[in-house]
Design a protein around this ligand. Sequence first.
Ligand code: MIG
Length: 803
Amino acid sequence: MITNTELETKGNLFPGEVKAFEFDGDSITFSTANTVLLRITVLRDSILRFRYATDGIFENDFSYAIDKDTMHGFNKFEIQEAPSLITIITSKIKCKISTTDLKIGIYDLQDNVIVEEDLGFHWEESFKYGGNFVKMNKTSVEGENFFGLGDKPTNFNLKGRKLTLWNKDQFAFNKDLDELYKAVPFYTALHSNIAYGIFFDNSFKTHFDFCQDKRNEVKFWAEGGEMNYYFIYGPKIAEVVTSYTNLTGTPDLPPLWALGYHQSKWSYFPEERVTELAAKFRELDFPCDAIHLDIDYMEDFKCFTWNNKYFPDPKLMVEKLEEEGFKTVVIIDPGIKIDADYKIFKEALDNNYFCRRADGPFMRGKVWPGECYFPDFTNPKVREWWAGLFKELVGEIGVKGVWNDMNEPAVMEVPGKTFPTDVRHNYDGNDCSHRKAHNIYGMQMARATHDGVRKYSFPKRPFTMTRANFAGGQRYCATWTGDNIATWEHLWLANTQVQRLCLSGMSFTGSDIGGFAEQPSGELFTRWIQLGIFHPFCRVHSSGDHGNQEPWSFGEEVLNITREYVRLRYQLLPYLYTAFYQYTEEGIPILKPLVYFDQEDVHTYYRSDEFIFGNQILVCPIQDAHVQGRRVYFPRGKWYNFWNDEIVTGGKEHWVDAPLEKSPIFIKEGAIIPKFPVQNYVDEIETEALFLDIYYKNGNETSILYEDAHDGYDYKKGRYSLKTFKFRGKPGEIIIQQHKDGKFLTSYKHLEIRIHGLPFEIEKAYLDNEEVSLETLDFDPTVNTMKIPKVFDLIQFTSKAKS
Ligand code: MIG
């Protein structure tokens, strides 16, 4: 039978021949015979933006993801014309555009292929919604690897996967589940030791296929919007990831307490239970800086209210907790209970701040408070109003942190568990439906929350966290991986997801330690703490109805072991804070997957158990029950076993013993690791000394140390201290050069150093080239410890007198 279907569906459409092109400072725009436009903008020598339109016009250029402060500028932008070919040349790459079909090829300056296109850009008209489904197919060269894409709970290397970005509340998700809480349409590809990144800046539902449908093809497409993506050249993964992170922005430094240990549960109430919990931490000397209150602190789950039966005087409680060194963090959800007597509801209603369906009714949905309406956080006026709501909670009651949940947005008992796609959004003046706003709804809620908490925390720094997020959302909030399960597989997932988020620009993240759903064994809880202390965000959280998940709930042994690890985190805070500083300043991820650390080593391409915490600590969690050790892959170089100072040579696997109390931790040789003394909470004690653990190396290594007041904004006015330590070791001598930037004066008096793995006995010490007696330094030759002044340019220890 002959049908007319073919006439009705146009199918995939492709750009025609280029008819003209035009320069404009940093861009070149091509137009084709069939009214396709392609604008290529050179942002930097290694970053090109590609923007396509199909009707001969570009619509308003607007993005929630791109950081407004992103630096532009390139050294070179040259054009070469040849028959059927235009070549753009920067100081890093060449981009060739075929004028017959608009296909693109990108090469390094030695003409090595970085990425080429097979079908290239094409589109399908969307009769149902208007606009197009926009598509891109590129060729994947043999042996290519793919990393990134946010919180996907799947194998670290994404080769062979097909994935969709559509934020979704997924209670007790499982491995390989596709749609999760966050949408980060950015990936890094690596082949032939060349890394490049693609950031597809499109907030509609997007899809990625990393060589699943076709072995040599990588595809990405969106169900609306523009084909608008950034190509980021490395050739190092580190350059790709930091460029992407700077393009989409980094957060301010969190207050140091936020890097401490957080205890949470759904839910701690009433007040006595919270104060008993706090007291127990102190009684047991188990470090803790924050207690989280889940939805039951509110009255009928109404945002910005307190249940007065459970919490008769929240301000007093928050104050008392603060005196004991605990910050109070509370949850805030997007759903506003429909209740004409509820002030917040009334305000939003009167001001028309709630989202509406296409035909006018409000978007109504059931969440914890019952039937709710939902603020349109994509409206700048709504965000401003929302930020103002934190005045009482933060400004008056003294809550120090806010945690946003359910902002995918999640709706109960409806198909798809979210808003229907016809819901309208302001999108900062670019009116659209939920199809376009869905993936950024959570991010904009987080942004409004962050603005409010920051405003009312001033002059202190805010702490905010969100479950749903989009690319660039790292500028506003920390995040966690959502409703995981107390299983060994989820411990593995937590490790993989947090590393993946670090490669996706979102370093300030962690998992619900111990698992949210179900109950961990003491062993699983211990192993999870041993991983969680190395995550930038460290919180124990559980759903509560499965038993207790406080560190003392599993008996004496678990308590004692986990306390040692949490203490280790507190000791390492100056080191973690330094890594955080490098993240906020330079976009460097706080955790470095091994492939990031050494991409020339092909063994790392499919490794994801091990990672580098900061710059110099190798961590490999135990992820199985009843094991006494495991094989660990060591990156090239030499590593000290943290527990016994044994030296391991990398570039291969080694067996590492790991009884329950010992998790594999290794330090890169030459490293200088700064440490605080053990504390029960940040700034509990005024420290007399800062510890520096120096790991001898026959050679050079640079370490850095960032310090400031731990809170407040003085660091932005130059009151920080950034020290660079240059270590030089020889068989009978070590030299440490110190260089300091910044105006901050640390309050501790001196440094207590400990030199590990020293192959000689120290006979002489020189401070800025003057000999000092070892006695005055309190030198202990059995462990190579001593006290040294904190101000010096050069310090030297030798096995004999200098000649
Ligand atoms: O529908 O607030 O992921 O951390 O404890 C569940 C209750 C809602 C989901 C969050 C979880 C939180 C819980 N929430």
